[in-house]
Write a protein that binds this ligand. Structure first.
Ligand SMILES: Cc1cc2nc3c(=O)[nH]c(=O)nc-3n(C[C@H](O)[C@H](O)[C@H](O)COP(=O)(O)O)c2cc1C
Length: 358
């Protein structure tokens, strides 16, 4: 059996021990609504590092308060938040994994309820919510109409990403991911459905990609050449009105030219009623297409729940990294289990658990 999944991968100055990584997954668990990580985040993220993941990527983390998806999201707009992330990166490193963080701005999909609250629409101001901003004053169905960002607002977003990136590196993060997917701000700018601007940020694909590119450039200038940058894209909107997979290839090529090291290839999120053919590995073909046509390393994600399936994706050259989300929530030790299934002698099983694997 091949062991491609457990080959290390190097991105700039960072060598990651394997290609089985944990994607960002919002926990909506900042009960104080101040963006500061809690014991829950420490336990949640640490468990994946213990479980053998190569890299653990922290959930969508707001670069500004109004960029959070909900009031319960993590943030990185101040130094108190930065300092509180340190014990998380220390714990991940102590288990031999690399720490990544997804820097995010939710745009028109900000200020919502956490799923399990079972409430519709936006969180009102008197319960910790706020007025969202977006490329255009076009609401996501079911949510409030956002305020259109002006040039100063756009410049502020770019600066906030760069400052959050600096804090992330200072907090010990090895890998920075910029959220350009799932209908959040970067995706809202990319999509002709949510971006009706007539200035330099709207119209052509080049203009719609401008914000993402400016963020990448500002972050790179702030953190230097050694830090790997990942951009997460929705490769398709699953809608005839949206941009296409070919457009995503073009954008990925531009991102690569601007020094992005890995594209994390997801789909959807900007079109409420899109019908998505969800099934095993359903987004892998988009990852393979971007990898082949834009000639950039990619991560594949989406219902990759089986060890041989994950191995096959890397062996066939469809992706360089495989992200396992919900299956890792069900079993944080999934990488250890995958190694056993593939008969790979994983040298970083916790000694404390050795008796469980004899
Ligand atoms: C609880 C939960 C929270 C998520 N939060 C984020 C997030 O913060 N950022 C993001 O880009 N994707 C997020 N996602 C999407 C996952 O990163 C992943 O792309 C998706 O779950 C599909 O992979 P899977 O089938 O392995 O779970 C989330 C998914 C789940 C289940």
């Amino acid at each position: 059996v091949t062991h491609a999944l457990f080959e290390p991968i190097r991105l700039r100055d960072v060598e990651v021990r394997n290609r089985l990584w944990i994607p960002p997954m919002c926990q909506y668990s900042v009960e104080r609504k101040d963006g500061v990580p809690t014991d829950w985040h420490l336990m949640h993220l640490g468990s994946f590092a213990r479980g053998g993941a190569g890299a653990v990527i922290v959930e969508a983390t707001g670069v500004v308060p109004e960029g959070r998806i909900s009031p319960w999201d993590l943030g990185l707009w101040n130094d108190e938040q930065r300092d509180a992330f340190r014990r998380i990166t220390d714990l991940i490193h102590a288990q031999g994994a690399k720490a990544g963080i997804q820097l995010a701005h939710a745009g028109r999909k900000a200020s919502t309820w956490r799923e399990w609250e079972g409430r519709e629409g936006n969180t009102p101001v008197d319960e910790g919510g706020w007025q969202p901003v977006a490329p255009s004053a076009i609401a996501f169905p079911g949510l409030t109409t956002p305020t259109e960002l002006d040039q100063a607002g756009i410049d502020g977003v770019v600066t906030a990403f760069a400052e959050a990136a600096r804090r992330a590196v200072d907090a010990g993060f090895d890998i920075l991911e910029l959220h350009g997917a799932h209908g959040y701000l970067g995706n809202q700018f990319l999509s002709p459905i949510s971006n009706h601007r007539t200035d330099a940020y709207g119209g052509s694909l080049e203009n719609r990609a401008r914000l993402l590119i400016e963020i990448v450039d500002a972050v790179r200038a702030e953190v230097g050449e050694g830090v790997p940058l990942v951009v997460r894209l929705s490769a398709t909107e699953w809608s005839d009105d949206g941009y296409t997979a070919e457009d995503s290839v073009t954008v990925s090529r531009w991102l690569k030219e601007h020094g992005v090291d890995l594209i994390s290839v997801s789909t959807g999120g900007n079109v409420a009623d899109a019908s998505i053919p969800v099934g095993p590995g359903y987004q892998v073909p988009f990852a393979a297409q971007i990898r082949a046509d834009a000639e950039v390393p990619v991560a594949a994600v989406g219902m990759i729940d089986e060890p041989f399936q994950a191995e096959q994706i890397v062996v066939l050259g469809q992706a360089d990294v495989v992200l396992v989300g919900r299956e890792a929530l069900r079993d944080p030790n999934f990488p250890i289990r995958a190694a056993a299934a593939l008969r790979y002698p994983l040298e970083y099983k916790p000694a404390q658990y050795a008796r469980a694997y004899r």
